[in-house]
Design a protein around this ligand. Structure first.
Ligand code: SF4
Ligand code: SF4
Length: 348
């Protein structure tokens, strides 16, 4: 077992007793590298002091790899299930325990609750929350959390249900709207905030600086995705000097102003396109490829999505609907040019 691990700064995760490091391990990308690389990345994170590892049933082999890498070590693990039924999510808890080689999961999250209808469903009798309560009563999990991409739905979740110890939500220097409502509400209700996508799903150029900005905000833990030991070292270098210098603040302002004009927030207000261009997926695909791999995106219909870009007439209707006034046709062209350099996405 590793010893003499550096003591990283920690924060209590909401109403739990979990003192988690301010940077955690985002477990999506380890599914697209070789197993020995994945295991080495997880162990490097542990050896450098990270004590919080986030994964999901939906990240193919991520749970197994974390379980294998950290078996017998002391760490906090968060996983999640997208199953919406009590019985289904309860079975998923049992699968997670086997994959992670643990007798208890510290935090089990309802995965990707992205609108109020879904929230109604998971909170209803027989819904997923019921299954997690049962697992908690039996000691299979310690705490319950929720994840999603829409802050309004997460605000409703926290207001309606006291079971949630944490929310996991996209948060980074261009997607910081949760500071207006979700962050103060969670502070009031003692709910932890797990910041996903602190480096924009892998799209920001200066990842360490973006992580540093994120942990300087009133959130609990940022979980950048990491796939290799080198990425772990880069992301963790910032924790040694967590305060932003004046020079770094200038660099952040510059990065924010560049990214603001180029970053899609996945809100989908621009859709539907009258020509059938799959705008949201075209702009989001780069992040999927980065984190899940091109082969996985292809399974989800990438070839058809990319082909839809050719239908764009540059009418400008989507640009008028985009609250961020992004140059959507230009971004679609850039993204499509990029996808067409990836062999898996050009073959039939
Ligand atoms: S500019 Fe292109 S993508 Fe946007 S609405 Fe018009 S056809 Fe669709
Ligand atoms: S292009 Fe604009 S409106 Fe469309 S999903 Fe992205 S941020 Fe939202």
């Amino acid at each position: 077992m590793a010893s003499n691990r550096p003591a990283l700064p920690t924060r209590r995760l909401g109403k739990t007793d979990l003192e988690v490091t301010v940077v955690g391990f985002g477990g999506i990308p380890i599914q697209i590298v070789a197993e020995d690389v994945a295991v080495a990345a997880v162990r490097k994170a542990y050896d450098l002091g990270i004590n919080f590892f986030d994964t999901a049933r939906g990240y193919t082999n991520s749970e197994e790899r974390i379980g294998k890498a950290l078996e017998g070590r002391k760490y906090f693990v968060a996983t999640k299930s997208g199953n919406r039924e009590a019985e289904g999510v309860y079975r998923d808890v049992e699968r997670s325990l086997a994959n992670l080689r643990r007798s208890q999961v510290d935090l089990y999250q309802l995965h990707g609750v992205n609108n109020d209808d879904e929230l109604d469903g998971v909170l209803a009798p027989g819904g997923a929350l019921e299954g997690l309560r049962r697992a908690r009563d039996e000691g299979k999990i310690a705490h319950i959390g929720i994840t999603g991409h829409r802050r309004e739905t997460l605000v409703n979740a926290v207001e309606r249900c006291e079971d949630f110890a944490s929310v996991q939500v996209p948060f980074n220097l261009v997607e910081d709207e949760i500071l207006d409502n979700l962050v103060p509400l969670c502070a009031e209700r003692d709910v932890g905030i797990i910041a996903m996508k602190p480096i924009g799903g892998g799209n920001f150029t200066n990842a360490p600086l973006a992580v540093k900005w994120c942990i300087a905000q009133p959130i609990t833990v940022a979980i950048p995705g990491m796939a290799t030991p080198q990425e772990v070292e880069e992301d963790l270098a910032v924790v040694k000097q967590p305060t932003l210098t004046a020079e770094e603040q200038v660099a952040i302002d510059r990065m924010r102003s560049e990214l603001n004009q180029r970053t899609c927030r996945r809100c989908r207000y621009c859709e539907p396109c009258p020509q059938g261009v799959q705008i949201g997926m075209l702009l989001h695909g780069r992040s999927i490829v980065h984190r899940m791999g091109a082969a996985r995106w292809k399974e989800w219909g990438a070839i058809e999505i990319i082909a839809s870009a050719d239908l764009c007439t540059e009418c400008g209707e989507c640009v008028e609907k985009c609250p961020y006034e992004l140059p959507i046709p230009e971004l679609i062209r850039e993204a499509t040019d990029h996808y067409r350099t990836i062999p898996e996405l050009t073959e039939d």
